[in-house]
Write a protein that binds this ligand. Sequence first.
Ligand code: HEM
Length: 480
Amino acid sequence: YLDTRKPKKFPPGPKWWPILGSAPQISNIQKRTKHLVYATTELSKKYGPILGLKVGTQVIVVVNGPAANKEFLMSEDLAGRPLGEFFDKRTWGKRRGILLVDELFWQEQRRFFLKQLREFGFGTKNMSTLIEEEAQELIAYIFKSIALNDSVIFNVQNLFNLHILNSLWKMLAGVRYDAENKKMRELQAILNDLFRAVSMVGATFSHFPILKYLAPEKSGYNVYVRSHQCLWKFLRKELAYHKETNVPDSPRDVIDVYLNVLNSSEEIAGSFSEEQLVATCMDMFMAGSETTSNTLSFGFLYLILNPSVQRKAQEEIDRVVGKDRSPSLNDRPKMPYVECVVMESLRMFAGRAFTVPHRALRDTYLCGYRIPKDVLVIANLYGCMLEEGCAYENPEQFIPERFLKDGKIYLPDSFMPFGLGKHRCLGESLARANIFLFVAGLLQKFDFNIVPEQPPTTEWADGITPGPKPFKARITPRKF
Ligand code: HEM
């Protein structure tokens, strides 16, 4: 069905009504199917993999299935990012981070951050130590909560946020915060509000800008502006502190190196500025915290529902790491099964997600359909990883062995949780290291079991990224 020989018209989709566009049809299906990824998948069955939608004033093309998504994500013509107006001029319009920037700025900033994050963490040794420390903090906290009892019941999806934020913030700003720290609680609260106010395909007020004025509270606009401004203030304070304490010859973290570039006498590229730095830190929080925490939450949800997978992972951890030291990234090549648990957790997360929106840089074609300049295009990864009939047998089941062939890890082409091409996730190695070390570290020390009175479901919630509905586990120290 991806016949690209004859140029076609704009991608088909449900009728566009005046003012509302195709919102009523989408919302009807979404009510029934519960999730926007399911609704757009259902529409793609009727209209084809490239779906032309209009929601309010915003034209959005949603791409479904592995072949179409591969072509989309690898297309140079579709490698733009939305301009400010996608979210909101007041908050995003003036900013130039990495997620929402013009192409020149994006390239320079991406290159800088990739290099520096490698220096301050992504280089395996540093990164492993840093994340191991965070995982050990969490393990110590669980032991403390168990105290003299046999076990403890925890809300699992809240366990990881703090530590994932810390691993990111340690690289960028050189600090980590304890759970009780006021600054950390403030940061978490701001991010929660921000994530609730928007989704990857925008927010009610970005599709219907008039609602900003008519219903600023109900459309989520006020929360969005408030949380955006709070985060901006938080980052500005951190920047001011770095400016006061920065010693040019011994940079402590990525922010210090950035400041050195700004202060250097060399001719620096035009894209470096304090505003840019704050905006990019903000992007790192937006792109790196909830994605990783929610992937871990999905992973532990399915580990609780599949005790035999847990046992198998623990056997591997015991064999390779033993019980007297914590797992490190050096163990990874010898632990293919735990690595496959990471892949399966990523599949469970990304298969329910849209990726970050792209923008057409010029009039172009996708799978033969005409995509006019500036139209937004977004990938729905459900058909690549979780839909019945995709590359995986029984896709809704958590089966890490599916990635193992003769003891080696094999990933099909349609496995693309981090996207592909020029905009492929910048934090992939950090995310994969975090998930590996948290899974291995926690399973080394504890068993995770269902609380029979409150069994978890595989139902999940939409947000800027998908996450499991709140669920509890009984955590018991392992007996060796
Ligand atoms: C499980 C965790 C994660 C997943 C599943 C994930 C997935 C993705 C995806 C699908 C994209 C979009 C690719 C595209 O638009 O074509 C992306 C972009 C991005 N991610 Fe991640 N990500 C994760 C963690 C992180 C972390 C930890 C960081 C920060 C260090 C991060 C930073 C970014 C940035 C900056 C971009 C934009 C890259 C660009 O446009 O050049 N991500 N990620």
